[in-house]
Ligand binder design. Structure first.
Ligand code: C2E
Ligand code: CA
Ligand code: CA
Ligand code: CA
Length: 280
């Protein structure tokens, strides 16, 4: 098989052609899954470091693949990006996370802050105005106050190649939703961006929570101090042990998320999960 890639002609081996076919099949399956509502939202509690009280949840998408079973997003978000369907996936995620939480609230779940991931692709793929319109529409449809929604963006969204990240961020803030900067510390954070943008929450990447070296602790302390200076709250990701939680408490971190508290669970399981007493 011969394909044109950029200016050069690439000859595919049969193996490559087979891989391509498999990807196409997965792409089509994913498209059908989004359209056919086969994706499922899971929710992971976010708790106060000081009290252990659950104050929010992060929505994390799962795909029940007919052959491969429950798939984590890392394995199919790349496929969605290649297929150019991140906007569809993102719209589905925003809409269904809000709808599911509101449905559980009608069944007695106390109101929680809801965090939804928005891929950098969505900032560029959907024009910013479409993203803002979609978020507004989903909130209005379910009757959720904008302040209760936090969109998790990454450093890639802020510094996207079209340069419209900051405008989209301003429009979302004008709508009233909160913004969290995800995976902080792993990207190309520029301190001037952090100072200029209306970010409400910093999510410290789990690599800095898991590391136990002196430098990790110094890094943690510096991030928390900086966030406080900028009036942001700080959430630590991937907290698995009590020792990690104690360290976070000592450093003044506000919130945490991780297996120590709970793995992501389906919406119907949330009410029971948050009734259990969490460490804090
Ligand atoms: P993320 O936003 O950084 O999400 C946190 C990931 O850490 C989740 O993986 C979660 O299950 C996992 N995790 C939670 N607690 C612990 C812990 O104590 N230890 C460890 N080792 N891991 C923990 P998951 O659900 O597989 O999601 C992976 C990534 O996929 C997410 O990273 C996010 O970037 C992306 N993603 C998930 N759902 C969505 C979505 O709806 N839209 C978009 N755009 N991206 C999503
Ligand atoms: Ca492709
Ligand atoms: Ca996230
Ligand atoms: Ca993260």
């Amino acid at each position: 098989a011969k394909r044109i890639a950029g200016n050069s002609v690439v000859f595919c081996t049969p193996q490559l052609a087979a891989n391509e076919a498999r990807t196409m099949e997965t792409e089509n399956r994913l498209r059908e899954a989004i359209a056919g509502n086969e994706l499922e939202m899971y929710f992971q509690p976010q708790a106060s470091v000081r009290t252990g009280d659950v104050v929010g949840v992060e929505a994390l998408v799962r795909w029940h693949h007919p052959d491969l079973g429950l798939m984590s997003p890392e394995s199919f978000i790349a496929i969605a990006e290649e297929a150019g369907i991140t906007a569809e996936l993102g719209c589905w995620a925003i809409q269904s996370a809000i709808a599911e939480i509101c449905r559980m609230e009608r069944h007695g779940l106390p109101p929680l802050q809801l965090s939804v991931n928005v891929s950098a692709d969505m900032f560029t793929g959907l024009s910013g105005r479409d993203l803002v319109a979609h978020v507004r529409q989903a909130l209005v449809r379910e009757g959720m106050a904008p302040q209760r929604l936090t969109l998790e963006i990454t450093e890639r969204s802020i510094i996207d190649e079209n340069g419209n990240g900051p405008q989209v961020i301003d429009a979302l803030k004008a709508l009233g939703v909160k913004l969290a900067l995800d995976d902080f510390g792993t990207g190309y954070s520029s301190l001037s961006y952090l100072k200029a943008l209306p970010i409400d929450e910093l999510k410290i990447d789990k690599t800095f929570i898991m590391g136990n070296a002196k430098e990790d602790r110094a890094f943690l302390r510096a991030i928390i101090m900086m966030a406080k200076t900028l009036n942001m709250s700080v959430l630590a990701e991937g907290v698995e042990t009590r020792d990690q939680l104690v360290r976070l408490y000592e450093e003044g971190c506000d919130l945490y998320q991780g297996y120590l508290c709970s793995p992501p669970v389906p919406a119907h399981a949330l009410a029971d999960v948050i009734k259990t007493r969490f460490p804090g």
